[in-house]
Design a protein around this ligand. Structure first.
Ligand SMILES: Cc1cc2nc3c(=O)[nH]c(=O)nc-3n(C[C@H](O)[C@H](O)[C@H](O)COP(=O)(O)O)c2cc1C
Length: 173
């Protein structure tokens, strides 16, 4: 039986949404059903076997949509295997923070849940999508711009999830 996995994400500029879609695609390639929904639009976790949840970092904190989601779905979360990721510039530009700080924030936001996997992916900073203030801030901090998403790393992380979540790859037929 294929598992039904919800990939819930928060995203301001779209790059984390792209990571969520890549995760879902990889799970689908393994024969599972993966549904991608922006976390603020998730009304229920009913009918899912597992959850992958992801939100980007803005000015030192994982987007607060994550904690809103966790408090809204606390009871359902307790019974599901959960993997979490964040996205940001820190993996390619450590002046924007320490990766461990952000993965720890994910763990803390989901407590007392033990995550089956937690990671930080490199995100993207598209100058065209930045506000005047954001542009000033990023150029002041000399933050590199561009798309740093590592699709191979995202796929490799995803491929390990089914086993960690307690369901093996489902053969496609
Ligand atoms: C105003 C602003 C602040 C940011 N602050 C951080 C930060 O503190 N640490 C970090 O690693 N990345 C930071 N980033 C980079 C974002 O996390 C990165 O661009 C991410 O991919 C955005 O995700 P989104 O496109 O889904 O909104 C910041 C980006 C902007 C525009």
């Amino acid at each position: 039986m294929p598992a039904r996995v919800l990939v819930a994400y928060a995203s301001k500029k779209g790059s984390t949404a792209g990571i969520a879609r890549a995760i879902a695609k990889e799970l689908q390639a393994m024969g599972h059903v993966a549904i991608v929904i922006e976390m603020k639009d998730v009304s229920s976790l009913e009918g899912y076997d597992a959850l992958v949840i992801g939100a980007p970092v803005y000015t030192g904190s994982v987007m607060s949509d994550l904690s809103t989601f966790v408090s809204r779905h606390k009871d359902a979360l307790a019974r599901l295997p959960v993997a979490a990721f964040t996205a940001g510039i820190a993996p390619v530009y450590p002046k924007t923070g320490e990766v461990k700080t952000f993965t720890d924030q994910l763990g803390a936001a989901l407590e007392p849940k033990t995550l089956v996997a937690v990671t930080m992916f490199s995100g993207a900073l598209d100058v065209k999508l930045l506000s005047f203030i954001e542009r000033g801030l990023t150029s002041l901090l000399k933050v590199p711009t561009g798309d740093f998403r590592d699709w191979d790393a995202i796929a490799a992380w995803t491929r390990e999830l089914p086993q960690k979540m307690g369901f093996a790859a489902s053969p496609k037929n």
